[in-house]
Design a protein around this ligand. Structure first.
Ligand SMILES: Nc1ncnc2c1ncn2[C@@H]1O[C@H](COP(=O)(O)OP(=O)(O)O)[C@@H](O)[C@H]1O
Ligand SMILES: [Mg+2]
Length: 360
């Protein structure tokens, strides 16, 4: 069986791969990655209300995962659009918001509805991201090319074949085979991308699948480990890593890449969360001292749900009526906790230090 980038790769091998996945270097790095991930999970105990943060952390991932696919928006556009539920946003920003919705849809499905990771769920994610009514590809012709137009991979074709390979992927996900879950994650991500079940959106759907897998495996309670920043910073290795599995059966390089990505990202995310916690505590002390009549826990938490706050959010959260909410935000801006900007007729109260930490 020889691989030809121009021909649909219907010979893509089923899982598990016919090689020893857990070589010594892989096992060594898997231990380090698992440790870093466990420490990230444990950071939950250090941050009293982590649920406050996950919204914004997820939205950053939506932005970066889309950026890998050249769907680009700015933080300002994104957070404004998010604050306005997508109204008047440009097409790319809307697509990023749809990615965010798909992420939460997937999280809800596995966490609250106890649904497994299946082809049906992957199709739901794809439909939401691409706002499409299509599912698994039925028509031929999907190809992956470099920016210069050179075809580097042609995924399998034929709906039956694609569904068979996806069913095999599902079985692999749930097989009790003793493979380290993080090694498994690397294999699952390669295989999903190699199957490339959809006409577009495979990269993004596959990266949502990664976080859902970590939660499904109990390695995280909440969705906070996202690899897109690492992938952007190590983009060539991401593409070549996927390619050499296909071309040379070199699983080890790919698995090491993903383990490194997990380890580094877990560390950085933990530090980020702790910095945000420190910032929030400092704000709490400042507001308690300078605006004791205004301070409430709910109000301060509201400022950390998303970095762009509006008067309406305080109303909707039941914190205050419009007039009072407006007064609160003005006072918070006066003491420097927020800064106010006016765009058109809309006022936004921006938590600038929080924003800086989020996008760092
Ligand atoms: N050689 C390759 N083999 C398999 N998958 C690849 C290869 N190169 C890139 N990919 C995957 O394909 C994704 C892009 O596919 P695409 O359907 O366009 O996703 P999206 O719409 O999210 O842009 C990349 O993010 C990557 O995960
Ligand atoms: Mg694409």
């Amino acid at each position: 069986m020889t691989f030809d980038p121009q021909k649909p790769y219907n010979d893509l091998p089923l899982l598990p791969p016919a090689v020893e996945l857990e070589s010594r270097p892989v096992l060594k790095r898997a231990i380090a990655a698992n440790k870093a991930l466990a420490e990230l999970k444990g950071a939950g105990e250090l941050v009293p209300n982590q649920a406050v943060l996950i919204q914004s952390i997820g939205l950053q991932e939506a932005k970066l995962s889309s950026e890998i696919e050249n769907i680009v928006t700015t933080n300002d556009e994104l957070y404004r659009a998010f604050a306005n539920k997508g109204a008047k946003a440009d097409p790319h920003t809307k697509e990023v918001l749809r990615y965010n919705d798909a992420l939460w849809h997937g999280f809800d499905a596995i966490k609250n509805q106890n649904r497994p990771l299946t082809t049906n769920l992957f199709e739901e994610l794809f439909k939401q991201i691409k706002q499409s009514s299509a599912g698994v590809r039925k028509t031929p012709g999907t190809k992956l090319a470099t920016g210069a137009g050179k075809v580097i991979y042609s995924p399998p074709e034929g709906e039956v074949i694609l569904r068979d390979k996806l069913a095999n992927l599902e079985r692999f996900i749930y097989a009790e085979d003793g493979i380290d879950p993080l090694v498994k994650l690397a294999v699952v991500h390669y295989q999903f991308e190699a199957i490339h079940p959809f006409s577009d959106g495979n990269g993004r759907t596959g990266r949502i699948l990664n976080i859902l897998f970590l939660i499904e495996q109990g390695l995280l309670d909440i969705p906070i480990l996202y690899l897109s920043r690492y992938i952007i910073e190590n983009k060539n290795a991401y593409y070549s890593g996927l390619r050499v599995v296909t071309e040379k059966g070199d699983w080890e390089s790919w698995i090491l890449y993903m383990l490194k990505a997990i380890e580094q990202t877990a560390r950085e995310t933990r530090e980020k969360i702790l910095s945000i916690r420190d910032l929030m505590n400092a704000d709490i002390e400042k507001v308690k001292a300078e605006l004791p009549k205004i301070y409430s826990k709910d109000l301060l938490e509201q400022l950390y749900h998303q970095p762009y706050c509006k008067i309406r959010f305080l109303e909707e959260a039941g914190i205050a009526q419009r007039q009072t909410a407006s007064h609160y935000l003005k006072e918070l801006a006066r003491i420097g906790v927020l800064k106010v900007i006016k765009i058109g007729r809309e006022l936004y109260y921006i938590n600038g230090k929080f924003l800086d930490l989020l996008i760092k």
